[in-house]
Design a protein around this ligand. Sequence first.
Ligand code: ATP
Ligand code: MG
Length: 178
Amino acid sequence: MSQDKGLLIVYTGSGKGKTTCALGTAFRAVGQGLRVLMVQFIKGSWHYGELDAAKMLGDDKMEILPMGRGFVKVGGAETDPEDVRMCEEAWTFALAQIQSRKYDLVVLDEINYVISYHMLDPGKVVAALAARPERVHVICTGRNAHPALVEAADLVTEMREVKHPYTKGILAQRGIDY
Ligand code: ATP
Ligand code: MG
């Protein structure tokens, strides 16, 4: 059995920690000399600390590329064709990077969200990830991971909310949430 087996990893669930778990894995990977790319399918409204931290590590070690738009309206007729187009573009780009073998770990941040809102076809994503170069690790994050992706994955962790400060009215904290 080969030592270097690229894993398909899914971090899902409604509790906090999916993106931070992917970033923690990325940090570990960089320490092992692995090259990491994170493609963000949904661009958040904050300036995330990880964007600057990745720059401190250097582009040759870790790159984070925000591809989506800040705010996405979804659901039936309300889905903006421009958002669908941008998701398709982000996916095409991310897949090309996975296939390029330039990276050892590629994080598809919030791709589960994009799939669950029908902005990307789950069958297409799962088939392409299954056919990726053998040594490339891929992490998919976001709530409501599609059953087909869960089925295809080697490792799936569901974050379960036990407590979140938001329910006490405490807003997002710098360095913890962004
Ligand atoms: P993080 O980026 O902090 O790891 P996440 O990736 O698990 O969070 P997302 O669904 O991407 O969660 O949501 C992103 C934002 O929503 C973050 O600011 C996060 O703190 C916040 N958030 C995550 N989970 C919860 C929750 N259960 N209740 C309220 N806010 C949450
Ligand atoms: Mg997230």
